[in-house]
Design a protein around this ligand. Structure first.
Ligand code: FAD
Length: 488
């Protein structure tokens, strides 16, 4: 560390910005290339590691089996049954554990509470400027930079409502099961039918069976059936469908133009939804028991878009996107459970900088379906200098979500199918075997192997098909989707 004109300049081999799941996977992989004496600086504007899990609502649980939510293949430090859905404190504890494990492999200096302000790439690497909450600035010189903002989820504020007769709250800033909301006993309106909406409705119904809990669900969201995709105990030897297999079946029905039909087939075959209808799939998972509690516990379900609540002579009225209105009981609670993921459009940035020293893991230039997978595989490609910019596809997932929520999962899964095939030709087998993120690991090795052999036999052919679908999506929705343009 050197002092320069009152400014502290930190030197390191690698700077990783973002200490969420993406950053932790990038750090994990990078450590395996750097070795024990190399120095990494981990920067995050939050005060602790964990990304969005630091300030997401208190009753959030992991929706997949916890062992597959990790950095690389770091095991959880307990021996609970793998189907346990980890709670928020358990997830945050695992993040700390992952960092402890990584610290044994490489020197990590944490700069938590610091924000990336700018970076310039030059001959010797990257000059990075960060700022703390109190305005202090610090400069970092790094040979490489990984910007792992990932999904960059931020807490939801309460929805703005004109009415003075209802209260609007966000589950990220209060616990909807207790305090004023719990004590009042007045009706609750959960706005949003995605994972947060389902978690919130479930938490409210479970906390007070007599409570009036209502849902505004838009066009409806469906979820992968957990019981079917992750059968418990010995049943995993003979029943259930590997998520890679159900995903492949879903893609085999998609030709780039027919997302409505293909989504309906997938929903009816592998899905669950507690509302009358559901057309959107955001890769969420729900059990039959959770679905039952929500479906039977909700008093009213409105399949429409929430706009506002206004005070009318007869009392508060909820205004909906279709123009319809719903009368509300004075004192009702409006809980903002509208989506967080792919909501905010940061400016476009390519996944790899022109100079090749900055890797950027984020959904505007997505390379795989989830940021955890992107960070894991792209960091391998980055350190092996084998990022095949001519062959890999990028997809602006934020733009696709804006244009078609139904087409989004198809775009993301085609992208993964395409790019994993390219990566398979460029990375050693070990990288695939060591990836602990795949939920296929739920199944015994023999069943995983069948899936792996099928991938080996078909991936090049399927790559061509996925590419055709992505090209069609690009034309239909005027998307940024394809290889990085040369010179970008
Ligand atoms: C309510 C909810 C529930 C979810 N549940 C699940 C689940 O059960 N299972 C699952 O797999 N996924 C789930 N997800 C998806 C989830 O977003 C990912 O699992 C994952 O945790 C996201 O990690 P990330 O690193 O991509 O993004 P984040 O968790 O958002 O982390 C990004 C980090 O980068 C930091 N950062 C960004 N820009 C800067 C900057 N300029 N300077 C400094 N720091 C910066 C941010 O402060 C943040 O800490 C859920 C998402 C939501 C919203």
């Amino acid at each position: 560390m050197a002092e320069q004109d009152d400014r502290v300049v930190e030197e390191c081999d690698l700077c990783v910005v973002g200490a969420g799941l993406a950053g932790m996977n990038a750090l994990y992989v990078a450590a395996s290339y750097l070795g024990p004496r190399r120095r990494v600086i981990l920067v995050d504007r939050r005060e602790r590691v964990g990304g969005m899990w630091v300030d997401t609502y208190p009753y959030v649980r992991l929706h997949q089996p916890h062992p597959m939510f990790t950095a690389g293949d770091i095991p959880w430090r307990w021996d609970r049954e793998p189907g346990h859905l980890a709670t928020k404190p358990e997830v945050l504890d695992h993040f700390e554990h992952c960092l402890d494990v990584i610290r044994k492999r490489v020197v990590v200096k944490e700069m938590l509470g610091w924000e990336l302000v700018s970076h310039d790439e030059g001959e010797g690497g990257v000059r990075i400027v960060c700022e703390a909450v109190d305005g202090r600035r610090r400069e970092i010189h790094a040979r490489r930079l990984i910007k792992a903002a990932g999904f960059a989820v931020t807490p939801n504020p309460p929805l703005r409502v004109q009415s003075c007769d209802v209260a609007s709250v966000s589950p990220d800033f209060c616990d909807v099961r207790s305090g004023d909301i719990g004590d009042s006993g007045t009706p609750v309106w959960v706005i949003g039918g995605g994972k947060t909406g389902m978690d919130t409705a479930h938490a409210l119904i479970a906390a007070d069976r007599g409570r009036e809990v209502n849902l505004v669900a838009g066009s409806g969201t469906f979820f992968l059936n957990r019981d079917q995709s992750f059968p418990a105990g010995h049943r995993r030897w003979w029943s259930g469908t590997l998520v890679s297999a159900s995903g492949a079946q879903m893609l085999s029905r998609f030709d780039g133009t027919n997302e409505d039909r293909a989504a309906r087939w997938f929903r009816d075959t592998y899905g669950l939804w507690p509302t009358d209808d559901a057309d959107t799939y955001v890769l969420g998972i729900m059990s039959e028991a959770e679905n039952r509690v929500i479906a039977t516990g909700l008093t009213n379900v409105v399949m429409d878009r929430f706009v506002d609540v206004t005070d009318e002579p007869d009392g508060p009225q909820m205004q909906l996107g279709s123009g319809a209105t719903v009368p509300l009981t004075p004192g009702s609670w409006i809980v903002n459970c509208t989506g967080y993921v792919l909501r905010d459009a940061e400016p476009y940035e390519p996944y790899l900088s022109r100079g090749g020293a900055v890797l950027s893991i984020q959904p505007r230039s997505a390379t795989l379906h989830l940021t955890s997978f992107m960070a894991y595989f792209m960091t391998h490609m980055f350190f092996r200098d084998s990022v095949e910019v001519e062959q890999l596809y990028e997809l602006d997932a934020v733009d696709l979500r804006r244009k078609s929520k139904v087409a989004l999962p198809f775009g993301l899964l085609c992208l993964s199918q395409h790019n994993l095939s390219v990566m398979y030709d460029n990375l050693p087998n070990r990288v695939f075997l060591d990836c602990g993120l795949s939920v296929d690991r739920w199944y015994p090795r023999a069943r995983q192997l069948t899936g792996a052999l099928k991938f080996l036999a078909t991936h090049r052919k399927e790559r061509q098909r996925a590419r055709r679908c992505l090209d069609t999506l690009r034309e239909r929705f005027s998307l940024r989707c394809g290889p990085l343009p040369s010179g970008e």
